[in-house]
Ligand binder design. Structure first.
Ligand code: PMP
Length: 356
């Protein structure tokens, strides 16, 4: 039986994507070769990565003359370092919003390169809200924020006006909601949530922000060199990129980001409604900052945990435990999670209520 997979990432992808990816492992496009054994310089793979890069910009509604999409290796964490390496001047400064564990990771890495100015933080309340009311200083090389906090379950609904380049870690909500993506100068996202398997990271860059730093950058970490090499400075993650292309094609077929956003909102409303209604549960973050991707909640009485977890297991619900650093429960409802899975979870929460 296919599980209802609430895992925070790697996570569920569309069933159609799993099937096509599996077929390509056996025989890519009737070529007599597996996707795993073709050269990254082959005509077939060059076509795959070019289509994927173009489709990213098309779905985000970004002008290909202004922006470039890259599929790099090393995970989103790698970008914590690549961003300052490329964008921070020697003895420069960058502004960061501290809204959770991953934002904090980005701040720590940037400190290797220059001064970090933390413009706002929600650490005082264990990151249960998005800091607001801050201003982004002008005398910094860029501003960095994290659109969705995968661990704490908060999501930025608004982004500050800034006169400096805006960099955003969208690892856990890219392609899930309509934003004016042209307001961002650099977006990055590990593939393993709304895009594909782990192994590649999407980076979307506004070309004109590059080339401003005087810092010497090792080639593999240099965005300009990666752009020049068409995202193939070294062997890219062929299978992860192919699977990402399948997801992008699937998303386009669903009607793109606007269409999936409607379903994501329905899923989130269903679950948060039950969290608020059911006396056994409570949400962990401020309602106005709740994430549509990762819903975090607690049982008011931990004595109910074994029954709740047994009911979840019997219903085929997987991956619902909170991050090891915070505990509780976290239901990750990425693009590919069907609404039917949310109905099953809500039914289990109601069943618990009727049993205890
Ligand atoms: N940023 C965010 C928002 C994340 O959720 C994660 C991983 N869950 C990361 C960064 C780190 O990604 P990676 O493991 O690909 O380095």
């Amino acid at each position: 039986m296919k599980k209802h997979n609430y895992s925070a990432g790697p996570c569920i992808l569309a069933q159609e994507v799993f099937e096509k990816a599996a077929q390509a492992v056996l025989d890519y496009n009737n070529s007599g070769l597996s996707i795993l054994e073709i050269s990254h310089r082959s005509k077939d793979f060059v076509a795959i990565i070019e289509q994927a890069r173009a489709l990213v910009l098309e779905l985000l509604k970004l002008d290909p003359k202004e922006y470039t999409a890259l599929f790099l290796s090393g995970g989103a964490s790698h970008q914590f370092m690549m961003v300052p390496y490329n964008l921070m001047q020697t003895s420069g400064k960058a502004a960061y919003l501290d809204s959770g564990t991953w934002a904090n990771g980005a701040i720590k890495e940037a400190a290797f390169f220059g001064e970090t100015v933390v413009v706002g933080s929600s650490k005082d309340q264990n990151y249960n809200y998005i800091p607001k009311g801050y201003t982004v200083p002008e005398a910094v090389d860029y501003f960095h924020c994290t659109s969705n906090n995968t661990i704490y379950g908060t999501q930025m609904k608004e982004f500050p006006a800034a006169k400096v380049p805006v960099v955003c870690d969208m690892s856990s909500d890219i392609f899930s909601r309509v934003l004016d993506f042209s307001k961002f100068d650099l977006i990055y996202a590990g593939a393993q949530k709304n895009l594909g398997p782990a192994g590649t990271t999407l980076v979307v860059i506004k070309n004109r922000i590059l080339g401003k730093s005087t810092r010497a950058i090792p080639s593999i970490l240099d965005y300009e060199k990666q752009i020049k090499a068409q995202s193939m400075y070294n062997t890219p993650a062929v299978f992860a990129i192919y699977t990402s292309l399948l997801t992008l094609q699937w998303l386009k077929k669903q009607g793109g980001i606007a269409a999936i956003e409607k379903i994501n909102n329905q899923k989130a409303e269903l679950l948060y409604h039950e969290i608020d209604r059911n006396p056994l549960f409570e949400g962990t973050v401020r309602p106005e900052d709740r994430s549509t991707m990762n819903a975090t909640f607690l049982l008011r009485n931990m004595a109910h945990a074994p029954i709740f977890e047994a009911l979840c297991e019997a219903a085929g619900i997987s991956g619902i435990k909170g991050h090891r650093s915070v505990g509780g429960y976290r239901a990750s409802m990425y693009n590919a999670l069907p609404i039917a899975s949310v109905l099953v979870l809500v039914a289990v929460m109601q069943e618990l209520e009727s049993k205890v």
